[in-house]
Write a protein that binds this ligand. Structure first.
Ligand code: SF4
Length: 179
């Protein structure tokens, strides 16, 4: 089985990621989320992703969040709606860092759990993943995890593993919108 680096946006979405992708590859989970604020929330989501990996006995890495770059690429886009240009830059950044980490670790392919969410623009995620993969010389697996009741299954698995489920995407603007 070949190796795959799975970008993890949160533990609930990672449940379905591990369930589906571990059938196809030797998966290492990669939590990379410089978008999550405040720090306490970041730490909670990261510890839940780590807990899940321990429960499932899979490899897990936390990517150091590059908050400065994230701030730079999203500056001026504060009023964009969710799924707009701010989100496109945020998502493309996480995918690019995942691809670079995979290359560093000699892992030949990458994927993302972002596609488990019904709120995300999956078409954009796959386009960005493919573009990054072609540019960097690596493989992107365009797996749409929410398909075939994937999101529903992620809720069941999150309950089974007693995982924290957040009520906003991650950045301060999504937190404000959720209110
Ligand atoms: S709403 Fe989510 S995807 Fe969009 S910029 Fe904020 S954290 Fe990133």
């Amino acid at each position: 089985m070949s190796a795959l680096l799975m970008h993890i946006c949160c533990a609930p979405d990672a449940t379905i990621g591990y369930e589906r992708l571990c059938e196809k590859a030797d998966v290492t989970g990669f939590f990379y989320n410089p978008n999550i604020e405040p720090l306490k929330e970041y730490e909670l989501r990261e510890s839940e992703a780590r807990k899940l990996a321990n429960l499932l006995n899979v490899n897990y890495i936390e990517g150091l969040p590059d908050r400065d770059t994230w701030q730079k690429i999203t500056t001026g886009l504060e009023n964009e709606p969710e799924r707009g240009e701010r989100c496109r830059r945020c998502i493309a950044h996480s995918l690019e860092i995942t691809a670079l980490k995979a290359l560093e670790l000699n892992i030949p392919s990458f994927a993302t759990t972002l596609t488990a969410s019904p709120h995300k623009d999956v078409k954009f995620i796959h386009q960005a993943g493919i573009e990054i993969a072609e540019r960097l010389g690596i493989e992107y697996l365009p797996e749409t995890l929410r398909k075939n009741d994937g999101f529903k299954r992620s809720i069941e698995l999150s309950k089974k593993y007693n995982l924290y489920r957040q009520n906003y995407c991650g950045c301060r603007w999504s937190k404000k919108e959720s209110r």
